[in-house]
Each structure stands twice: as C-alpha cells, then as structure tokens.
Design a protein around this ligand. Structure first.
Ligand code: NAD
Ligand code: TYD
Length: 377
C-alpha cells in the first residue's frame, strides 16, 4: 500500500490526477489535501468520492502543524503537489496571496515531508516529492513567425500532432527562469525551494513545467471555460489587447497521464517540460470555440463572432509560450493523445452538458468578482 498525498485535488488539474490515481491504482491510498478556496470544488470528484482508497482532508498547505499531522497519520510515501493560486489576473490584483500559498505553502509541504522522512529508518528510500509547475516561469518567447510555420520537428511530436510555431525558440528545461507576473514569480520561487530541498537535504524531488491546460472542470476565470459560458449566455468575450498572444494548449487528461508516468518512472532531481507542440493565437482559438459552441447549441456556426470585444491588455502580458517536450517524449515515451480540434470538441460538449456545474460556480460571489474584474476594461 502506498499512501500518496495529492494537494489541490479539488481543483481543475488536481481532480483529474486524483481520479486517474484512485481508479488506476486500487492498492494506493490517495489523500486529497485541499483548502477548498474559490477554485476548489468537491463536485469535481463526485464519481470517486466513495471509493475505499480515497480520503479527502480539508486543510491549508500553509498550516504547517496540520500538514505535519497528516504526514504522521497517513504514513505518507509520496506527494504530488498541485495546490496553488493559479490565475495570472488575480495575481496582478493580489500578489500577497500568491506568495503565501505558492511559496510558503510549498515550503510547508517540503518541510513536513523532510521532517517526517529523514527520521524514518529507511530515510528517503521509496519516497518522492513531485512538484507541479508551469511553463510561465521561463518568461515569454518572441514571436518571430507571426504567420505561424510548421516547425521541422525530429521528435515523435512530428507525427502530425503539432500545430504551428510562432517563433523559432521553445522553452527547454535548461532555460533560465525569467518570470514576469506575480503568479509566475511565485511559482518560480516554489520551484527553487523544491530543488533546494534536493540539493541541501537529498530529498527525492521532481519538478515538471507544463503548458496551458484545457478540459472539463476548469474554473471559468480561465479563457476557454469563461468564453464557452459567455457564448452560451451571449455575453461579451473580453479579448485582451489584439488577441495575438500565443499559448500552447494541452488537454488536461494528457497532463494527468504525464504526471502518472513521471511520478513512477521519472528520474529524481530532474525537470521535465510537458506540452503537445500546440501553439495557438488567442483570437484563433476563440474563433474555434465560438464555432464549436454555436454548432453544438444548434445556432448558425459563427453567428456569435460579434461577441468578440477587444479590451485593455493585461499588464505585462506574456507574448508567447511554447514548450519543447522532447525530453519527456524521448526518455519516457509520453505523447499527447488528442488533436486539439478533438479536445476542444470534447471540452465544449462537457461544459454544455454540465450546465449545473457551471451555474453553481457562476452565481453569487463569482458573478460579483467577474463584474468587478471587467468594469474598468
Ligand atoms: P486551480 O486553481 O483550478 O486549483 C487549485 C486548487 O488548489 C484548488 O482546489 C484550491 O482549493 C487548492 N488550494 C489553493 N490554495 C490552497 C491552500 N493554501 N491549501 C490547500 N489547497 C489550496 O488550479 P489548476 O489550474 O488545477 O492548477 C493546478 C497546479 O498546476 C498549480 O500548481 C498550477 O500552477 C499548475 N499548472 C496549471 C496550469 C493550467 O493551465 N491550469 C498549467 C501548468 C501548471
Ligand atoms: P488564461 O486562461 O488566463 O491563462 P494564462 O494567462 O495562464 O495563459 O489566459 C489565456 C490567454 O487568454 C492569455 O493570453 C490571456 C488571454 N485572455 C483573454 O484575452 N481574455 C480573458 O478574459 C482571459 C481570461 C484570458
């Protein structure tokens, strides 16, 4: 029996990771540690909440004493650490919360793992602290190919699963960190602490940096679910700046599969970038989403294009993210399973079929937050 803490398991990516581990590994005990902030939602885990190998613990990762207690009580062998504040726009308004949760919270998890594991007779043997991070720590890439070209990949990703490249450079694992937003600065800092715990104490750590995720259960402050919901209600679609910024999109279940693979087969102290060579300009993705929602709602395809509303750009808006995941593909044989068009179709369908999930979130407090956010744009 392996006892594994997954932090942030009630959030978007965490809920997919918890579901995958609980279903795939009946002999593991998965302990989901989540504070249930605005972004945490136990409805994301309804289908597995009664499984015998699953336990939910409501706790703040910053509360060191409580986290120590969880390590003691459950005899923890491994940690997959996802809990974080995750939205760039919120970090611009409230950087303190990001430093607190992402930096101090990660430190509290690391210190609890260290104090527990180093006192065991077997010490670090069989233990693992896996930290989930973002490609945003690398900063922004230049847009040297504004029209987008098919890059000459020599890896497995060249099997036709890539989209266009909007520049000749990609994020590789050896790049210097150059975070720009308070969110990415806080994630960068937490990554450094994780590596410091390996280098200083010998803790068996792994860090991965993934590109933008999309799919079911994403909180509708992020581009894709927000826009799906706004199109459904025929509300304006606030496009920051000119909509030319480029993001590299990965279906969330492909990220969860990569996490499973790396947790079990990844090399200690290594970093792996996770991404599917799938760069899109925001405006192009928005058009795909509008067409898909319209079609699935039985509207005329494209009739909601007039909802596109260009608004003031995000402060410090990173131009382009693009992950090079060659190392992960070569060393561990991972590759994304879905073409983007298939992923978007599945995603839009899911949100339209799960309107109650969306309506629960977008009523009340969130509605007020959303109005406030866009009041001045
Ligand atoms: P999310 O905002 O949907 O979920 C975060 C979860 O963490 C929520 O359940 C929340 O309740 C919990 N949480 C927040 N503060 C906590 C605290 N103090 N104690 C305990 N739990 C707390 O985030 P997400 O999009 O699922 O991202 C998960 C992780 O993956 C984050 O570390 C993020 O940086 C990283 N990541 C996200 C993306 C993306 O595109 N969403 C891409 C790469 C990496
Ligand atoms: P987001 O989903 O917030 O992820 P991130 O900032 O981590 O990449 O945003 C994705 C892109 O979409 C980003 O370039 C900002 C842009 N965007 C908009 O144009 N309008 C919006 O309302 C939102 C939320 C994002």
């Amino acid at each position: 029996m392996k006892n594994i803490i997954i932090t942030g398991g009630a959030g978007f990516i965490g809920s997919h990771v918890v579901r995958l581990f609980v279903n795939k590994y009946p002999d593991y005990h998965i302990i989901n540690v989540d504070k249930l902030t605005y972004a945490g939602n136990l409805a994301n885990l309804k289908d597995i909440e009664n499984k015998p190998n699953y336990t939910f613990v409501k706790a703040d990762i910053c509360d060191f004493e409580t986290i120590m207690g969880i390590f003691k009580k459950y005899n923890v062998d491994g940690v997959i650490h996802l809990a974080a504040e995750s939205h760039v726009d919120r970090s611009i308004k409230d950087p303190f919360t990001f430093a607190q949760t992402n930096v101090m919270g990660t430190l509290s998890m690391l210190q609890a793992a260290k104090l527990t594991w180093e006192n065991l007779p077997e010490k670090w043997e069989g233990k693992r602290f896996y930290h989930i991070s973002t490609d945003e720590v690398y900063g922004a890439l230049e847009m040297t190919n504004p029209e987008g070209i098919k890059p000459p990949f020599t890896t497995k990703a060249s099997s036709g699963k890539h989209h266009l490249a909007y520049g000749s450079k990609f994020f590789t694992e050896d790049l210097k960190y150059m975070p720009h937003s308070p969110y990415s600065a806080s994630k960068a800092s937490s990554d450094h602490f994780v590596r410091a715990f390996h280098d200083t104490y010998g803790m068996p750590t792994i860090v991965t940096n993934c590109s933008n995720n999309y799919g079911p259960y994403q909180f509708p402050e992020k581009l894709i679910p927000l826009f799906i919901n706004n199109i459904r209600h025929r509300k304006p679609l606030p496009v920051y700046g000119k909509g030319e910024n480029v993001r590299d999109w990965l279906y969330v279940e492909d990220h969860a599969r990569a996490i499973d693979l790396i947790f079990h087969k990844g090399t200690i102290a290594e970093t792996y970038n996770i991404g599917g060579f799938n760069e899109w300009k925001n405006i192009d993705i928005i058009k795909v989403v509008i067409n898909t929602v319209d079609r699935l709602l039985g509207r005329k395809e494209g009739e909601d294009m007039n909802l596109i509303t260009y608004v003031t750009d995000r402060a410090g808006h990173d131009m382009r993210y693009a992950i090079d995941s060659t190392k992960l593909q070569r060393e561990l044989g991972w590759e994304p399973s879905l073409q983007f068009e298939e992923g978007i179709e599945k995603t839009v369908k899911w949100y339209l079929e799960n309107q109650a999930w969306m309506d629960n979130i977008t009523s009340g407090e969130y509605e007020k937050y959303y109005e406030e956010m866009y009041k001045n744009r």
